[in-house]
Design a protein around this ligand. Structure first.
Ligand SMILES: [Zn+2]
Length: 348
């Protein structure tokens, strides 16, 4: 918690004690929600629950995927974004085993999932806010475990031939890459997979298996060095706002062809006489579902108990992390131990 944040809460508490009609949430108003959620080091101690939508929400009772599993490694540990809803974590564990079966090295490299309490982030994604999104590298996990430093610095590998327009690099892209992405899309709880349009086109042109599942694989900017798995709102998660279902069919249609026209890549037209547009207002806590104020204020999960359960083969220590060089803010420091779930539902 930053000292500024503490000050805000303390001030708010004082107002509440004085009997005024105010809440910490009201006091936090004015500060971008990404600063509030970005400062959270641990999840809330509560039943797991996503609130809101993928790009405007938060999560309660998140669990972390272990930094190291038999068939996965989590990357960029300093970001502290390996938190998700139990359904997401369980799916990643399952997928990592299936990846090995497909011949994807010794497993998967996992990028960002969500922050401990979800919410908007100080850098990167617009989505990943409710613990139901995860990024997977287009690089298999090497047999030798990567050191924390390697996990910070290892560069991404693009699957595109950058000398051409929207073209997959045939020297890098293999049939195993295709099988990996299609497998991810095949799970019933997966709602969408996001990939670069060139990758989607490659799948459309070459996939000979079940075409129905291709429809879940959606083209989007970026996503040429990793792909993005999005799962549905878990059953009974009444605060979770679902997305529209993907249209029927394999998606190898006009919705893909659009990406190969100039429109998505053209710079926005500027009217030389127009006033400069005002800077868009950062998302505030009050823009998020009301439950997110409670998520922010809830006590943290008990790190000691969770690690003592022995679910994490290598409980991370603060010294094992490389601090981000862009910030000397103490708020970026990680807790000495990061809790992991005691029970994993949907283990298989
Ligand atoms: Zn993503």
């Amino acid at each position: 918690m930053t000292s500024a944040f503490k000050t805000v809460f303390r001030a708010a508490a004082a107002i509440v004690l004085a009997g005024a009609v105010s809440t910490p949430a009201m006091a936090a108003e004015g500060k971008p929600a990404k600063e509030l959620f970005g400062a959270m080091k641990l999840p809330s101690r509560a039943a797991p629950q996503p609130f809101g939508s993928y790009a405007k929400g938060c999560q309660a009772g998140a669990v972390a995927i272990a930094t190291d599993g038999p068939t996965w490694q989590a990357m960029r540990l300093s970001r502290n974004r390996r938190w998700g809803q139990p359904e997401m974590i369980a799916l990643l564990e399952r997928f990592s085993k299936d990846a090995v079966q497909l011949g994807w090295g010794s497993g998967i490299l996992i990028g960002d999932i969500s922050q401990p309490r979800g919410g908007p982030m100080l850098s990167g994604h617009a989505s990943h806010q409710v613990g139901l999104d995860a990024d997977i590298w287009f690089t298999p996990k090497p047999a030798q475990p990567l050191t924390p430093e390697q996990r910070e610095k290892m560069p991404f590998t693009s699957m595109l031939d950058k000398s051409k327009f929207l073209t997959v690099d045939s020297k890098r892209w293999t049939n195993t890459h295709a099988k990996l992405v299609v497998r991810a899309a095949s799970y019933p709880q997966v709602e969408r997979i996001f990939v670069n349009p060139a990758i989607k086109k490659k799948l459309c042109d070459t996939w000979t298996g079940d075409r129905a599942v291709l429809g879940k694989i959606r083209p989007i900017y970026g996503h040429d060095e990793h792909f993005h798995i999005r799962i549905k709102c878990p059953e009974g998660a009444s605060g979770c706002k679902p997305q529209a279902a993907v249209p029927p069919g394999d998606g190898c249609d006009a919705s893909l062809a659009y990406w190969f026209t100039p429109a998505p890549w053209a710079a926005p037209k500027k009217d030389p006489n127009a006033k400069p547009a005002p800077k868009p207002r950062a998302m505030q806590l009050s823009d998020l579902p009301q439950a997110c104020s409670a998520v922010l204020q809830a006590p943290a999960g008990d790190a000691a108990t969770a690690v003592a359960s022995g679910m994490d083969p290598t409980p991370p220590t603060a010294s094992a992390f490389v601090e981000p060089q862009t910030s000397s803010d103490a708020a970026m420091a990680l807790p000495p131990v990061i809790p992991v779930p005691k029970a994993r539902p949907l283990q298989n």
